[in-house]
Design a protein around this ligand. Structure first.
Ligand code: TXA
Ligand code: MG
Length: 357
């Protein structure tokens, strides 16, 4: 299949520019499009045949449900059987935006889209292209991240082209996304809202609106544990992983820098290609290896924004071993560490001031 790639300026476009994309979606085809979090791979979410194509294009396990993207809160009436008070409050506070909520699904939503579950994930994106595409096509767009299953999520059209060229009808290039990490997922079907996947909307932002929130066990896990079954099926798969072997070093900044330099030197001496994920503050402290700054510690938004891109760059460059600094697991850092841990298959080395242990 030939994939058509169109460029659209998110700050200045006419509705007409989305006509062809909207027609493809209406007819059951696949269109990748930018959202404020990451690029999505969209299809008509109420058409099981269309949803099925998403799984095929991504190589995604069929028990991993899709998020339905809506442009109007009234859609909740059609897609859910009940919308609890806390869901409405959170929608009012954070939609349109990077929050996905899990509701009990209505009959209108096919099991193909929910991976066989009785619940459905719904999000109203704020990106102008995503928003207009939903409105113009008139379909609820089911869209996972537009990467091949297991690879880092795409934050620019080039990443989508890498993974999806020839597999889908169209890719809309709307430039680099704003956030760079997927939405926060909150289950509102129980008594207390529960975070299934951390994201840009942090626990304290949610708590400011609905009081206490819980975390699904897997979100707090610091190591892979086969006994924990995550509530979001996608969280059980190895994910975001670069092709090289990624290791996180944790400890005081000085110990981490020294530890990374030791690890890098050892692998370099054996002839391997080594990558280092540094920050603006520490970049100059790594004399060897392919060193990249992910962003500045003074503004974690920049780190979220750079994470998936940097992992893909190391892939392109054929890096065999990658060492990264770690980040504090609070606020946005919680989502950053969640993705890093999964990308590293939970491989962390704790370093002490006396050197590597
Ligand atoms: O920011 C985002 O959420 C992006 C953009 C495109 O909107 N989408 C995204 O989709 O990240 P995806 O498919 O890569 O991740 C969706 C996650 C998966 O972990 C899936 O298991 C979970 O949401 N999920 C979907 N429906 C669910 C449900 N009914 N119950 C629990 N988890 C669900
Ligand atoms: Mg994904």
């Amino acid at each position: 299949m030939e994939t058509k790639i169109i460029k659209i300026d998110k700050n200045n476009f006419k509705e007409e520019e989305l006509k062809e994309a909207a027609d493809i979606l209406k007819k059951g085809g696949l269109v990748a499009f930018p959202t404020e979090t990451v690029y999505g791979l969209g299809a008509d979410g109420l058409n099981p045949e269309a949803s099925k194509k998403i799984y095929e294009a991504k190589g995604r396990p069929s028990d991993n449900p899709l998020i339905l993207h809506i442009a109007n809160i009234a859609a909740l009436e059609e897609l859910t059987v009940e919308c609890p008070e806390m869901g409405l409050k959170l929608a009012e506070a954070f939609w349109p935006g990077p929050l996905t909520m899990i509701f009990k699904k209505s009959k209108a939503v096919p099991y193909k889209t929910t991976g066989g579950l009785e619940t459905v994930a719904i999000r109203m994106p704020s990106h102008p292209i995503a928003y207009e595409l939903i409105r113009k096509s008139g379909v609820y767009i089911a869209a996972p991240s537009a990467n091949i299953s297991g690879r880092p999520s795409p934050t620019m059209a080039e990443h989508v082209i890498e993974d999806m060229n020839g597999r889908i009808e169209m890719i809309i290039d709307g430039g680099m996304v704003d956030i760079g990490l997927e939405s926060t997922i909150v289950d509102v079907t129980g008594d207390v809202p529960t975070i299934l996947r951390p994201g840009y909307i942090t626990a304290s932002m949610l708590e400011a609106v609905v009081g206490t929130v819980n975390f699904d066990k897997v979100v707090l896990a610091k190591k892979a544990d086969a006994n924990i079954v995550p509530k979001a099926p996608g969280m059980k798969y190895k994910h975001y992983a670069p092709k090289g072997d990624l290791t996180i070093l944790e400890g005081s900044m000085e110990a981490v820098i020294q530890g990374i330099n030791e690890c890098a030197a050892e692998k370099l001496s054996k002839g391997f290609k080594v990558g280092i994920i540094a920050t603006d503050e520490t970049f100059s402290r790594y004399p060897q290896g392919l060193v990249k700054s992910i962003g500045t510690r003074k503004d974690e938004d920049t780190i979220a924004h750079g994470l998936f891109q940097i992992l893909r760059e190391f892939d392109t460059e054929g890096t065999e071993y990658i060492y990264t600094e770690s980040f504090e697991s609070k606020q946005l850092g919680q989502a950053i560490m969640n993705r890093l841990l999964k990308a590293a298959g939970y491989h962390i080395i704790k370093v002490h001031d006396t050197g590597l242990l």
